[in-house]
Design a protein around this ligand. Structure first.
Ligand code: HEC
Length: 103
């Protein structure tokens, strides 16, 4: 993980983003899952939410540096996998096989 992403992880924890958001389906359910928000929505889109907040998401008044760090952290998480899992198969053994992530 880059230094920026590590910093972003700290901000993400300090501001308790997981109270409303999920990674891999785990977390609070007021806001959307953020596992793949960077690859599906993009950095500019994500940054806009984090900078401004919405009627339902607070504006955390983060500095530019903190916003970039959180975006770097979300980018790091995005690299770790895909949620929800795609192209999986349940084998006769009961195990689940997932096709290689194409990204
Ligand atoms: C009080 C609940 C709450 C907290 C805390 C919260 N969010 Fe959100 N967030 C939302 C909601 C709800 C949405 C969906 C937009 C809407 O409905 O207004 C959202 C949307 C987003 C989006 C856009 C996602 C998409 O797929 O459209 C991003 C990115 C995001 N939040 C990041 C963060 C980060 C980073 C933090 C912590 C610094 C955070 N949020 C904290 C409620 C929250």
């Amino acid at each position: 993980m880059s230094d920026a992403a590590r910093h972003g992880q700290q901000v993400f924890q300090d501001k308790n983003c997981i109270a409303c958001h999920q990674f891999y389906g785990l977390g609070g359910y007021m806001g959307p899952d953020l596992t793949n928000v960077i690859s599906t929505r993009g950095e500019a889109y994500s940054r806009a939410f984090i900078v401004a907040g919405t009627a339902r998401m607070p504006n955390f008044e983060l500095t530019d540096d903190e916003v970039s760090a959180v975006v770097a952290y979300l980018g790091f998480v995005d690299q770790t996998g895909t949620y929800p899992p795609k192209d999986y198969q349940i084998l006769w053994t009961g195990n689940v096989a997932q096709a290689d992530d194409p990204r």
